[in-house]
Design a binder for this molecule. Sequence first.
Ligand SMILES: [Ca+2]
Ligand SMILES: [Ca+2]
Length: 426
Amino acid sequence: MFRSAVLLIALGATGCTCETGALDDRVFACNTPEECLTGWSCLDGVCSQVTAASDGGLDAGLPDAGPSDAGPSDAGALDAGASDGGASDGGASDGGASDGGASDAGTPDAGSWWDPAFGLRRPITVSTGTAAIAAGYAVRISFDHAALVAASKSRADGEDLRIACSGSAGWAEVDRVLDTGSAFNSPSTTLWFKFPQSLAASGSDARCSLYFQKPIAAAAPSDPGKVFLFADDFESGTLSKWSINAGGGSYRSSSSQTHRGQFSAELPAENDFERQMVASPALSVADVYFESWWRLTSTVVDISQLVRSRTGSNYQTNLEGAAGWDIAKTIGATWSELAPNRGAPGTSAWVRVGVGIYGTRMRVFLDGAQLNPITGSLDVGAELASGNVGFSKWHVGPGSWWVDDAIARPWVDPEPTTSLGAEQTQ
Ligand SMILES: [Ca+2]
Ligand SMILES: [Ca+2]
């Protein structure tokens, strides 16, 4: 309700008549708040002064349109405008404890707006199935960013795409990361962010929103380390996020093939020998999705992607040459195949390999589609309750195996879903 919370100052066509008397070219017509004086906002193309003291009079008679904000006790509530959503909105007439605390029903106060510099938003609803999620679960949203760009609602570089979540302390922006298989200005731009709240099974929560339409935007916060359990795009030019066991070996930083950026990890041809590369410092995670992009010179390989990995033990998908990816495990150095190989590995192209394990059940994904088992999930046994993520190689070559854009994130099965609500203006 920011729109109703400002006092419009009339501006003549020949100069500023603003009450501050500060003649400044920027206080005329505007497209963005940055073109106006500090403390002023751009409203309907005109710089306008935010005047909190006058807010009540203008706002008191206006309906507060949010679904969770429509209670009878809210009819007379003052809406604090741009800074709304925090402590100033927690008054007795506005729902009190249900407005942002731990017991929050999950729908942000539609009368609040995170940052008035952003013109538009779409609420994000996170919904769980039969599996609850803990706070900090990484969720994704997909939307037609190209259409927003074409309509001048967002920047082509996506820097104005921001995600903020409301809570007891008000709105807080969270890092958002472009999916490793996605792009900005695309019909299916996909962003990941860490959902700040736990959510019970069969739950639904819309405390977070996607904000956009800020023509002048600094770089968005987009640290994968703040969204995922582990992420390496290998752009450090080193393998410093990994531990290579079995006596070191030939995994190396590479620039000869990359999925994105300038670097990947490469394992050049090497005959039969167990060689692992696992995340360092080691993760100790139970329910996890671990994925990476792979590229092969030839299908003469015997290589694996590991979850719940410990010394001598892991669950894995194992690519055994042209036969494809199986589900297997190594327990106390004894390897056994649990589901037969599926899929047809190609060469000289990047493919996305994902392994999800939840409880004792596992699924393998190729390029985002479930590959193994054919349907459902496979019980891999209960030997390993948690562990690290990584890779194992028995044979590579002729040619090399490259890995890029490795990510580990919490995973429940079924995964929560997200949906984007209709576009809203302030
Ligand atoms: Ca890279
Ligand atoms: Ca096999």
